[in-house]
Design a protein around this ligand. Sequence first.
Ligand code: HEC
Length: 159
Amino acid sequence: MPRKFLVPTVAALSVAVTTAAFSGGHGSPEEQVIGARNALMTLYGFNSGILGGMARGNVPYDAESAIAAAENLAAAASMDQMHFWVPGTDNVAMEGKTRALPAIWETPDDYAAKNQDLADAAAALVATAGDGVEAVGAGMGQVGAACSACHKAYRGPRI
Ligand code: HEC
């Protein structure tokens, strides 16, 4: 089973209060939120890149390395994301700063389900990544589909 890295959620805090409570770092609270979620996406991309590289034969297959990348992807996808998708940080509200479509906040359950699809695909890959390069390729097919499904529905241009 993949390890879970769920951050205990402080349920009493409203998301708006959470944003206002930000201090330090660079940019406005909204810009910090956008930066944080893009850091998460960078981790998704980095770990997927290692696994995709193995699947395509660009990186030599190594079981330990494949499992480590899959575990990191699964851990990243299992983070509690409430602070990453704060209302008011969509691409209409934050001109030129983000690709996040307002639809994320219109259908939050579907958005969360699409992230769960990624978490599930990554967890499945943790279990099979040690079984050889074909297994990594098959697992990455599922992971890539989960990335694309969400991007197609919820990522637009910076406007
Ligand atoms: C649940 C939805 C969702 C899933 C799943 C998802 N992404 Fe994203 N991704 C987004 C959104 C929304 C943005 C735009 C964020 C922003 O600009 O504030 C984004 C942005 C990115 C970016 C930044 C590049 C850019 O300018 O858009 C990268 C890289 C990325 N995603 C990679 C991935 C990879 C790789 C996966 C799968 C392993 C993945 N994402 C899964 C929603 C998702």
